[in-house]
Design a protein around this ligand. Structure first.
Ligand code: HGY
Ligand code: MN
Ligand code: MN
Length: 415
């Protein structure tokens, strides 16, 4: 441990509040979606802070932003930390932002303490974790980890037909000063700090969660196709009503999964065609977000979803596909123990916790020993403008992260 390590509690909190103004909404939330001007402004503010303490700045081809503190031995793979700056459209001040700013504060405290680490430390802001503008989410970390190709990402478009490729060109122009780096690199280990986005830590009274793993997810899309017809003249027998049959399928799926405490089933997006009152709907495109901690049961749930939808169709055609699929990942026990030992030495109570929410750390677990540090979410609220974490908990989480990064950056191998 490094007694001289002191994070600046006022600075991390005021930086979080200042960052939340970029994309801030009147109701206290944040709408800062991936590769928008607001996202770029947030990157610029973080770069402004990072320049104050001499970190070098780089972007990779998929738009991930990196802040580097060089280590004494440049031949050693770096310790990496970070999260994301993009938010949901009705997002809060802390989801993602906490992990990036806690990482920057940790590195600044390490520099200010005079501890010069053996290994370099890199803080990353992953591109498009949320997947609200460009689906699927986690684009930046999945491409970094080699789980998706850059070409496939560039083709994705938002609801207005704007492609990732066009926005990456904008980013490159805006950040022409940023060093260009290759995709992917060897990483010694990755530790992400994040809000829990659930009620457990607050309910059990722990300021820090040592995350054991992340549950699996299927991000699915369903298209139901019928025929447009006149609402006044077309008899029921002649209709192929996409809304009638899609809603029958959705209702059946909700009735099945509402009785199942561990499977998480959500229809969050529904796009109708032609979406006008006096025309029978010809098409419904809807999303399904399906999650379960047991990968076998998740695969079983996916099979069940497909069967229920098929059985619900009477006259319409339908297609079901996955735009992203990840099984449950468990984090590296050595990282968990490092976080636990540091918390204990600092006198900050911690408990192990499994993550229901997805994070970029899921992808990094495919590349290197990975772990996460959670801080409590008040009332378990997240992906909601009322998302909140207390200043004390932000300070505890940042302090633990800072000491964990300092310890890992001075280790030749994990415990
Ligand atoms: O979907 C998720 O779990 C993440 O919060 N974006
Ligand atoms: Mn997040
Ligand atoms: Mn999120």
């Amino acid at each position: 441990m490094y007694p001289s390590l002191k994070i600046n509690s006022a600075r991390i909190w005021s930086n979080l509040m200042q960052l939340s103004k970029i994309g801030g909404t009147d109701d206290g939330g944040v709408n800062r979606q991936a590769l928008t001007q607001k996202d770029f402004e947030a990157q610029e503010l973080c770069i402004f802070w990072a320049n104050q303490f001499g970190l070098s700045i780089s972007h990779d081809p998929v738009g991930n932003l990196f802040f580097q503190l060089k280590g004494k031995d440049p031949s050693l793979p770096v310790v990496m930390s970070g999260s994301h700056l993009d938010t949901q459209p009705t997002g809060g001040k802390f989801d993602g932002a906490f992990g990036v700013l806690a990482g920057l504060e940790a590195v600044r405290a390490i520099i200010e303490s005079g501890v010069s680490p053996r290994r370099g430390i890199e803080i990353v802001a992953w591109m498009n974790e949320e997947g609200s503008r460009f689906a699927p989410g986690m684009m930046g970390s999945e491409t970094f980890a080699g789980l998706r190709t850059l070409e496939s990402i560039k083709k994705m478009t938002d609801q207005y037909g704007v492609s990732v490729e066009e926005e990456l060109k904008e980013l490159e122009k805006r950040f022409s000063f940023s060093e260009k780096r290759l995709l992917g690199q060897e990483v010694f280990c990755f530790v992400e700090a994040h809000i829990e986005q659930g009620p457990i830590l607050e309910r059990e009274g722990f300021p820090v969660g040592v995350v054991t793993g992340i549950q699996g997810v299927r991000r699915m899309r369903v298209r139901v196709t019928g025929d447009e017809a006149h609402a006044g003249t077309t008899p029921y027998a002649l209709r192929r009503d996409a809304i009638e049959e899609a809603s029958r399928a959705i209702e059946k799926l909700y009735s099945i999964f509402s009785n199942d405490e561990t499977t998480r089933f959500t229809v969050g997006r529904l796009i109708l065609k032609p979406n006008v009152p006096s025309v029978v709907a010809s098409e419904v495109l809807f999303s399904i977000d399906l999650r379960h901690p047991d990968s076998e049961k998740l695969a079983e749930a996916e099979r069940r979803v497909r069967i229920v939808i098929s059985d619900a169709m009477e006259r319409c055609m339908h297609k079901v596909w996955c735009i992203a699929a990840s099984d449950t990942v468990m984090f590296d026990e050595r990282i968990l123990q490092t976080i636990e030992n540091v918390s204990k030495t600092l006198g900050i109570p911690s408990t192990r916790i499994f993550s229901g929410a997805g994070h970029d750390a899921r992808q990094m677990a495919h590349c290197c020993p990975t772990g996460m540090i959670f801080v409590p979410s008040c009332d378990g609220i997240s992906h909601n403008v009322n998302e909140y974490t207390s200043q004390d908990d932000i300070i505890s989480g940042t302090t633990v992260l800072c000491n964990v990064l300092a310890q890992l950056a001075n280790s030749l191998d994990l415990i």
